[in-house]
Design a protein around this ligand. Structure first.
Ligand SMILES: Cc1cc2nc3c(=O)[nH]c(=O)nc-3n(C[C@H](O)[C@H](O)[C@H](O)COP(=O)(O)OP(=O)(O)OC[C@H]3O[C@@H](n4cnc5c(N)ncnc54)[C@H](O)[C@@H]3O)c2cc1C
Length: 200
């Protein structure tokens, strides 16, 4: 299971919709992701697309999951942006005064030494960030939604569409949603889009 499928399944579950998750338990990105939630782009000093909105929703969403399944999933902490020059410091000072960013970037340049880090030019704090334990998230879902989880390779040849229903083996459903991460390149239904992308 990957994070996209889990989030979608959780919303369906909250809305009392029936569903199945078909997953082959292979190596998806979610298993190795750092799980960082940071709404700012520190390379360009701006917000990610809809950064604040996504940030607030993500914190709320994962906190709810934590409470519901009684498992630690979200760890709140700051991120350090280490400066490598005076101009880095200047850029930080300007960015931390921008209306959108000031909520997240602490304007004061930090100088306290940190063992193992070269901080000759100091560093900045990105406040209110968080890390998701993707391991805990995935295992919690697997344990709690056992009856919805079918461990197998999805066989695209066995998928049919009939009378506005999706039919896959012995499952008849209203909709099907693919949350297969980078494996989408193997999905024949998205060939048109993935081929275009790969050509670039
Ligand atoms: C090293 C690394 C670090 C990252 N760090 C961060 C970070 O800090 N913060 C952040 O926001 N993002 C981070 N990302 C990006 C993030 O991990 C991905 O965007 C996210 O995990 C994608 O989730 P997904 O559910 O779409 O796909 P995936 O996690 O890849 O899940 C896809 C699932 O589909 C299953 N599957 C695929 N094909 C089939 C099939 N034919 N049949 C059955 N099952 C199938 C797979 O087994 C897998 O479980 C990082 C990515 C990497 C690689």
């Amino acid at each position: 299971m990957g994070i996209a499928g889990i989030c979608y399944a959780e919303i369906l579950h909250q809305n009392k919709k029936s569903f199945y998750i078909i997953d082959n338990n292979q190596n998806g990105s979610s298993k190795i992701a750092a799980g960082i939630i940071n709404p700012t782009v520190l390379k360009r000093y701006n917000m990610t697309w809809k950064g604040k909105e996504f940030y607030e929703n993500a914190i709320k969403f994962y906190s709810n999951i934590e409470n519901k399944y009684e498992k630690k999933i979200i760890y709140k902490h700051d991120i350090l942006k280490v400066f490598t020059s005076i101009s880095d410091q200047n850029n930080w000072a300007i960015a931390s005064n921008k209306i959108q960013l000031s909520e997240f970037l602490e304007s004061k340049i930090q100088t306290k030494k940190i063992k193992g880090l070269i901080t000759e030019y100091g560093y900045g704090l990105v406040k209110k960030c968080a890390r998701i334990s993707t391991d805990n998230l995935i295992s919690t879902f697997k344990n709690n939604l056992k009856d919805k989880y079918i461990k197998q390779d999805f066989d695209y040849n066995k998928l049919f569409y009939d009378n506005k229903k999706v039919i896959y083996k012995n499952i008849i459903a209203e909709n099907i949603l693919f949350c297969e991460g980078y494996s989408v390149v193997n999905n024949p239904f998205f060939k048109k889009f993935t081929c275009k992308r790969l050509k670039r």
